[in-house]
Design a protein around this ligand. Structure first.
Ligand code: SAH
Length: 212
């Protein structure tokens, strides 16, 4: 279903500057409509963020593609995602062959993402907790991707990154953030590249924003 729509979406992503072939291939394969409530499915292949309940959104495909390209996950690498939401970003990473660990703080979203992973036979490890603390048990990670915007980079995430690993995280105020692409050189040396003008829902937790 929706093959033609997926092909058109991939053309849009190419035109916006996504060049990584493995990323584009994953977008052709992963069925975004499966991650959306019924009334939203008809919009699944538009390049827009869409509501998934509890005030949260499935990120815009371009944003998912941009972050995935920045992370550049290789097959068998261990990748930690903070902010499972619908589960779509995790499925893209899994489709690319990464071993995916993902954390969501809302029980309902965690439950429905788990159900979709099961149905699609995706082997993704998921938990419901505060992702700003990371997931110590399976660390270090070759890559960490945070799909909600925080006020500062959580120290635990930097700690749980492997040497040469990469952390992609939006940092800024609650409305607008820049994407920080951080490479760990050694335990106390990091290289940061910053790309401005992204808008994510807030990262809420011990090392994020406080819940109102
Ligand atoms: N990657 C998701 C994007 C969902 S929006 C997708 O592909 O659909 C970001 C998600 O981050 C929301 O579901 C929100 O509840 C969650 N979130 C915010 N702060 C969090 C935290 N500290 N730990 C885990 N999840 C968090």
């Amino acid at each position: 279903m929706f093959e033609r729509e997926r092909e058109e979406l991939v053309e849009i992503l190419k035109n916006k500057g996504i060049t990584n072939k493995r990323v584009l291939e994953a977008f052709l394969k992963v069925e975004r409509h499966l991650f959306l409530p019924d009334i939203m499915k008809q919009h699944a292949y538009k390049d827009v963020a869409l509501p998934i309940g509890l005030g949260q959104t499935i990120s815009q495909p371009y944003t998912v593609a941009y972050m995935t390209q920045a992370l550049d996950p290789q097959p068998q690498q261990k990748i930690l995602e903070i902010g499972t939401g619908s589960g779509y970003q995790a499925a893209i990473l899994s489709q690319m062959g990464a071993r995916v660990f993902t954390i969501e703080r809302h029980h309902d979203l965690y439950n429905s993402a788990m159900k979709i992973f099961d149905k699609m036979n995706l082997r993704i490890a998921a938990r419901c907790s505060d992702g700003t603390l990371g997931w110590q048990e399976f660390s270090p990670y070759d890559g960490i991707i945070v799909t909600a915007g925080g006020p500062s980079v959580p120290v635990n995430l930097k700690k749980q990154l492997a040497d040469n690993g990469r952390l992609v995280i939006p940092i800024g105020d609650k409305k607008i953030q820049s994407l920080q692409i951080i490479t760990k050189i050694s335990s106390d040396e990091f290289l940061t590249r910053e790309v401005p003008y992204f808008a994510f829902v807030p990262l809420i937790g011990r090392e994020g924003w406080k819940e109102k």
